[in-house]
Design a protein around this ligand. Structure first.
Ligand code: HEM
Length: 366
C-alpha cells in the first residue's frame, strides 16, 4: 500500500466535525408533545456530552487492554498505557464535575418534562455498561433489580457484545495475568514472601515491645493494645495464606489471584526501584480510575436524591437507594486498595540482594 506520509488534505470545520448532524440531535420530547419545557435542552445536552466522553473512555480502555494481548508488555507500551489511563481519569473528573451543571435545573423544572421520558433511563446507556465490563466489574457481583440481568434492557446483539468483552478478557483479567508474570518473587535464592513474613514478625514484635515498655500506658491498656497487635498479626497471616486467599476468591471477596496479589505487594513495597516505577504508576492509575467512577456514582446518587427524592427511577429501580449501593458494591480494583493494609515502613523492608537490585535498575551500556 502507498504510504500516506507527508500528504496534506483539506476539509471544512463544519464538515469534518459533522456539526450539523451533531446540532440536529437535540430533539425535545416536551416540544414534540406540545408542552415545551425550557430545561429539557440542558438535560439532553448533558446526557449527550456524557455519551461522547464515554466513547473516548472506551477508545482508551480498549487500546490499553490490547497492549496486553500478546502476553508481553514492553516498557514503551506501559508508559503509553499510563498516559491513556491518566487521560481517562481526567475525563472522569470532568464527568463528576458536570453533575453540578445538571443540578442548576431544579427538581420542579425536571418535573415539567419527566413524565414524557418513561421508561428511558441511564440504565439503558450501553456505553456505560461497556465501560463497566471493560474495567472488569464481575457479572455475578452486580446488583440486580427485580431479578433482571443488567443487560436485559438491550437487544440481543448488544448483549452479545457485552458478553464478548468478558470472554475476550477485561482490564482486570489482563492486569492479573500481567502481575502473575512478575519475575522477581523468587530469584537468586531470594524468597520474597519468606523475607516479607520475617520482616512483618520483626515489626510486630517491636510494636509489642514498645507498648509493654511504655511509661504512658496502664497495665490494662498495655494488655489491650498488645492484643490488638496480635489481631493484626492474625490478619496479615490470613491474607498471606494461599488457601485462605483462594477461598476468599471463590466467595468473590478477592479478585486478583494469590500470585498477582504478591506481585502487586512487591511492586508497592519496592516502587522506588527504577524498573518498578512504571508498574507502580500503572497500578495507581487503576486505583484512581476506580475512585473516580465511584465518586461519579456517589455524586449521581446524591443528585438523584435531590431531584426525585425517594421516588423510583424511570428505569424501574428503587432510584437513590439502588444507586448509592452501586457506589459501594461496584468498585472493581478493590484488591489494590487492600494492598495498603499490607504495607510496612521502609525501615522494616527486607533488603534486596545485590543481584536482584541490579536487575531492577535500568541497564545502560555506553
Ligand atoms: C435529572 C438528572 C438525572 C436523574 C434524576 C437520574 C436518575 C437516575 C435513576 C433514578 C437511575 C436508576 C435507574 C432507574 O431506575 O432509572 C439512574 C441510573 C443511571 N443514570 Fe441517571 N439520572 C440523571 C442524570 C444522569 C446523567 C446526566 C447521566 C449521564 C450519562 C446519567 C447516567 C446514569 C447511568 C449510567 C445510570 C445507571 C447506573 C447503574 O446502574 O449503575 N444519569 N439515573
Amino acid at each position: 500500500m502507498k504510504s500516506q506520509e507527508g500528504k496534506y488534505t483539506t476539509i471544512h470545520y463544519q464538515k469534518y466535525l459533522k456539526i450539523e448532524e451533531l446540532l440536529s440531535a437535540q430533539v425535545l420530547r416536551s416540544e414534540q408533545v406540545g408542552d415545551p419545557a425550557h430545561e429539557e435542552m440542558l438535560f439532553i445536552i448533558v446526557h449527550q456530552v456524557y455519551e461522547l466522553w464515554f466513547k473516548q473512555i472506551i477508545h482508551e480502555l480498549e487500546s490499553v487492554i490490547r497492549f496486553f494481548d500478546d502476553n508481553e508488555v514492553v516498557e514503551t507500551s506501559l508508559s503509553v498505557a499510563i498516559g491513556r489511563l491518566n487521560r481517562t481519569e481526567e475525563i472522569l473528573q470532568l464527568l463528576v464535575k458536570q453533575i453540578g451543571i445538571m443540578e442548576t435545573m431544579t427538581p420542579l423544572d425536571f418535573l415539567d418534562f419527566r413524565n414524557y421520558l418513561f421508561p428511558a433511563s441511564g440504565f439503558q446507556s450501553f456505553q456505560f455498561r461497556v465501560i463497566e465490563c471493560l474495567l472488569g466489574l464481575p457479572e455475578d457481583q452486580r446488583l440486580t433489580y427485580y431479578g433482571q440481568k443488567y443487560s436485559s434492557v438491550f437487544t440481543e446483539d448488544k448483549q452479545k457484545t457485552l458478553d464478548d468483552i468478558y470472554a475476550k478478557g477485561t482490564l482486570l483479567d489482563t492486569v492479573n495475568a500481567w502481575l502473575e508474570r512478575t519475575p522477581f518473587l523468587e530469584l537468586d535464592g531470594f524468597n520474597f514472601l519468606g523475607e516479607y513474613k520475617k520482616a512483618l514478625t520483626k515489626m510486630l514484635e517491636k510494636e509489642t515491645k514498645a507498648i509493654m515498655e511504655s511509661e504512658y500506658l496502664t497495665d490494662k491498656e498495655k494488655k489491650m493494645r498488645s492484643e490488638m497487635v496480635g489481631g493484626t498479626d492474625t490478619y496479615f497471616r490470613s491474607i498471606l495464606d494461599e488457601e485462605t486467599h483462594n477461598k476468599l476468591m471463590a466467595e468473590g471477596k478477592k479478585r486478583l489471584s494469590y500470585k498477582a496479589t504478591l506481585a502487586a505487594l512487591f511492586i508497592n513495597l519496592y516502587r522506588e526501584e527504577p524498573i518498578l516505577q512504571l508498574p507502580f504508576q500503572f497500578i495507581t492509575c487503576l486505583i484512581d480510575i476506580d475512585n473516580e467512577v465511584t465518586n461519579w456514582r456517589y455524586r449521581h446518587a446524591q443528585m438523584v436524591l435531590r431531584m426525585i427524592g425517594h421516588k423510583t427511577g424511570t428505569g424501574g429501580s428503587s432510584g437513590h437507594e439502588y444507586l448509592a449501593k452501586t457506589a459501594m458494591m461496584h468498585q472493581i480494583f478493590t484488591d489494590f486498595h487492600g494492598i495498603s493494609s499490607l504495607l510496612i515502613p521502609r525501615s522494616e523492608l527486607p533488603i534486596l540482594p545485590e543481584g536482584i537490585r541490579a536487575q531492577l535498575n535500568f541497564k545502560f551500556n555506553a
